[in-house]
Design a protein. Structure first.
Length: 275
C-alpha cells in the first residue's frame, strides 16, 4: 500500500522572526527557489511510491509549509482515525492549527482536544510513532513541554497506546524529528548529544540497532529524513549515513532543502503521514 502524505506549498514561506538557532535572518528566503525545492520533494515522494495530498497555504502564515507540527495524526487497529491539535509555542504558529484541524475534520478524523493550559505540544515535530504503531516517542524540552507530553500520554493511555518521553538538550535539535528517525521496526537513527542521559538509557529498550549521527550531521538535518518504500530521502549524504543506509537496505535519495533550512526545517518537517 502506498504511503499517503499531507503537504502544504510554500506560497507564503519566509523567515520573519527567530524561533530557533537556524533563523538568523541573515539570508533572505528565495521564494522561487523554495517552490522549486518543494516540488522536488513532491517528485521524490511520488517516485518513491507515495501519494500526496495538499492543504491550501494561508497568507501571513509563513511556517505553514512545515506540515508535521500542527496536529498529531493518530491511528490504531480497531480505533477510528484521530488527530490531537497542537498548542504551539509561538503565536504565529498557533494560528496555523485551526486550518489543519479543519482539513482533517472534513475528512472524517475524530478531533481529540487536550486541556493543555500553559503547556505546549507540537505534533509530529516531537511525537513520533514506532513504525509498527506499537508506541509513541515524545520529545520535550524546547517546544513541547514535559507537562504537555504527560497530558498527551494520559490521553493515549486510555486508547492503549504507550508514550515514552525523551528529553532534548541541544537547542539546534529543538524538535525530536531533527535527531530521531526510525528506519524500520528494529533500527533508529539518532544524534546522541541531543538527548539527556535518561533519554539515552531509554532507547535501547526498544531498538535492536541504534545508528548514530554526529552533531554536525544532525545540524544539517540528516536525521530529518523520510523513509518511503525502501528509500531514505535526505537533504545531504555523508559517508556515515551511506554506510548506515546500506546496512539497513535503504537507498539514499538526496532532496535539496536549503531554503527551508533557513527556518530550521527540512524534509520530515514538511509532511504529515496519513494513515
Amino acid at each position: 500500500m502506498a504511503k499517503r502524505l499531507l503537504l502544504c506549498a510554500p506560497t507564503y514561506f519566509d523567515v520573519v522572526d527567530r524561533k530557533n538557532p537556524y533563523m538568523s535572518g541573515d539570508f533572505p528566503v528565495d521564494r522561487r527557489k523554495a517552490r522549486f525545492q518543494w516540488e522536488g520533494l513532491c517528485a521524490a515522494l511520488q517516485k518513491s511510491g507515495c501519494e500526496i495530498e495538499t492543504i491550501d497555504a494561508v497568507s501571513d502564515l509563513e511556517d505553514m509549509v512545515f506540515a508535521a507540527n500542527q496536529v498529531f495524526v493518530g491511528y490504531k487497529e480497531g480505533l477510528e482515525r484521530f488527530i490531537v491539535p497542537s498548542r504551539m509555542v509561538y503565536a504565529s504558529r498557533q494560528r496555523e492549527v485551526p486550518f489543519y484541524v479543519e482539513w482533517f475534520r472534513k475528512r472524517g478524523y475524530k478531533v481529540i482536544n487536550l486541556e493543555l493550559g500553559d503547556d505546549c505540544l507540537e505534533g509530529h515535530g516531537d511525537l513520533l510513532w514506532h513504525p509498527d504503531g506499537s508506541r509513541i516517542y515524545a520529545g520535550y524540552g524546547f517546544r513541547s513541554t514535559r507537562g504537555g507530553v504527560e497530558k498527551f500520554s494520559t490521553a493515549m493511555a486510555k486508547m492503549g497506546i504507550p508514550v515514552f518521553p525523551l528529553q532534548l538538550v541541544d537547542p539546534f535539535c529543538y524538535h525530536l524529528d531533527t535527531c530521531f528517525c526510525p528506519l524500520n521496526n528494529d533500527a533508529v537513527l539518532i544524534c546522541s548529544s541531543a538527548y539527556s542521559s535518561d533519554a539515552l538509557e531509554t532507547l535501547p529498550k526498544f531498538w535492536k540497532r541504534i545508528h548514530k549521527l554526529s552533531a554536525e550531521e544532525a545540524h544539517r538535518f540528516i536525521g530529518n529524513g523520510i523513509v518511503a518504500n525502501g528509500n531514505y530521502l535526505t537533504p545531504y549524504l555523508t559517508p556515515n549515513l551511506q554506510t548506515i543506509l546500506e546496512q539497513e537496505g535503504l537507498t539514499p535519495v538526496v532532496v535539496e532543502t536549503t531554503e527551508f533550512e533557513k527556518a530550521g526545517g527540512s524534509l520530515f518537517c514538511m509532511k504529515a503521514f496519513l494513515p
